[in-house]
Ligand binder design. Structure first.
Ligand SMILES: [Zn+2]
Length: 157
């Protein structure tokens, strides 16, 4: 579930909006005064608040030409927690950042330093983990994987 979208080509991050701004935006989308598109595929989307009160965006049409994978509420919460932690520590945090051959749940940037966070809820083989780390390395980012199902937390940077 994306946290980032474009409103009439202006980038917004859902968790940065106040409840008032969020509700106002919802009205503008509904009345078609504004157009919301998603960065992953440029398709139209709309605003949704989860049962736990987390603001996010969803695709409004069939996303047949989008490779966005469904995310659990836990995944969404983890992304928000990572973003907040990055910002508290003085890093710029971009959700759902993608380059040609990789995507990060959150990309943290501080000056020249970049760390790609990826939340991994399902099991992942070592080979897949290594493959992803290599892609980050190629683009001068450090990859940090946050595993939920492991007693040994991997914090390889
Ligand atoms: Zn999409």
């Amino acid at each position: 579930m994306p946290l980032r979208a474009y409103i009439d080509n202006e980038e917004i991050v859902s968790i940065d909006l106040t409840d008032e701004q969020w509700n106002d935006l919802k009205k503008r989308i509904k009345s078609k005064d504004s157009l919301l598109t998603l960065p992953c595929c440029k398709q139209e989307g709309f605003l949704r608040t989860s049962s736990k009160g987390l603001k996010h965006f969803v695709h409004s049409k069939s996303n047949y030409n989008c490779d966005w994978e469904p995310e659990s509420p836990e995944h969404l919460r983890a992304k928000i927690a990572i973003m907040e932690a990055c910002r508290e520590n003085g890093w710029k945090a971009i959700p759902e950042f993608s380059e040609t051959n990789w995507r990060a749940d959150v990309l943290a940037i501080q000056n020249e330093k970049k760390i790609a966070f990826e939340v991994q809820w399902s099991k992942q083989t070592f080979e897949e983990t290594k493959f992803r780390q290599d892609r980050y390395k190629e683009s001068n980012s450090k990859g940090l994987l946050v595993f939920s199902n492991s007693t040994k937390r991997i914090t390889k940077i």
